[in-house]
Design a binder for this molecule. Structure first.
Ligand code: NDP
Length: 276
């Protein structure tokens, strides 16, 4: 039997419609600022998508482009200017940054009340203690996709493969906060397959093309493939889609699964910050 696909493109569209409806009740326009350092083509493309998403929901958006050799203090000054602006409700700094700049210091300088990516330590700390707040976009999108299955998270064994602060770690916390039993796996985990086979909920965010194969998946599991890898001119996930879909109960496609949900959650976070 083939897995039911969790369609992130469709869900993201529904979320944007909901945001547009909510916006009609507001007396102001939510504003999102994106700061880009350098001109990495992939970053430029991601930012263009974010701007297009903002247009779709009638948010104000602006991009602040700084040269690749900008100093850390100039970058932080720009963030502080945005922190002080009342028409900017959310902001993010597009990653990666040049090696000369300390990413953590930059994220620290974003006002937590304007942190659209939910990656400031204050917001990650709120997640840790299960306090209401803005949560990182990709993990939040993953939770929404899991909710589409109609299955309860509580009591499930969730296995997160990958422990980055961007995806793996926060998604594990979000599942734990919803009473799943969570196992984290990473590059030093011995016998990874023995862990993944125990997963009712398998979240894979490692950046290794088609790494998870059918024999690593429990029959009927919910499999969320976060990976975006480029192989022979097309995007492939971290999960071997064609064979795993014959074993899993539910599965996200790549593309069209987690990616569009990450972008939709950025809009939701911006609206949340604008209304708080
Ligand atoms: P990172 O490189 O920051 O983290 C990768 C994680 O995977 C690390 O924890 C690493 O372990 C672990 N890992 C690497 N190789 C293995 C292995 N062989 N076995 C087990 N664990 C392994 O990546 P990100 O979390 O930022 O991204 C992961 C993937 O998700 C990428 O493909 C990225 O493009 C994609 N992504 C997609 C998004 C979307 O919207 N769809 C958003 C963000 C990311 P260790 O900690 O030990 O090094």
């Amino acid at each position: 039997m083939s897995a039911e696909l969790l369609n992130g493109t469709r869900l993201a569209k529904q979320i944007r419609s909901r945001i547009r409806r909510k916006l009609k009740k507001l007396t102001f326009t939510p504003g999102l600022a994106v700061v880009q350092v350098g001109d990495d083509p992939a970053s430029t493309l991601y930012i263009k998508h974010k701007q297009r998403d903002c247009e779709k929901v009638h948010f104000h958006s602006e991009v602040h482009r700084l040269s690749a050799d900008v100093s850390q203090s100039t970058l932080i000054q720009r963030i502080e200017t945005l922190n002080a602006r009342s028409d900017i409700h959310g902001m993010l700094v597009q990653m990666p940054l040049p090696e000369t700049i300390d990413k953590e210091t930059v994220i620290d300088s974003i006002n937590p009340a304007k942190d659209a990516d939910g990656l400031n330590p204050v917001n990650l700390g709120n997640l840790l203690i299960n306090r209401e707040g803005v949560t990182p976009c990709t993990p939040t999108g993953i939770i929404r996709l899991i909710e589409l299955t109609g299955e309860a998270v509580e009591g499930k064994h969730a296995v997160c493969v990958g422990r980055s602060p961007l995806v793996g770690k926060p998604v594990g916390l979000m599942l734990l906060n919803r009473n799943a039993t969570v196992t984290y796996c990473h590059s030093r985990t011995p016998d990874l397959a023995a862990q993944t086979r125990k997963a009712d909920l398998l979240i894979v965010a490692i950046g290794r093309p088609e790494f998870i194969t059918a024999d690593m998946v429990k029959p009927g599991a919910i499999v969320v493939d976060v990976g975006i890898n480029h192989r022979e001119g097309r995007a492939v996930g971290d999960v071997k889609f064609e064979e795993v879909k014959e074993v899993a109960g539910f599965m996200t496609p790549v593309p069209g699964g987690v990616g569009p949900m990450t972008r939709a959650m950025l809009l939701e976070n911006t609206l949340k910050l604008a209304c708080s």
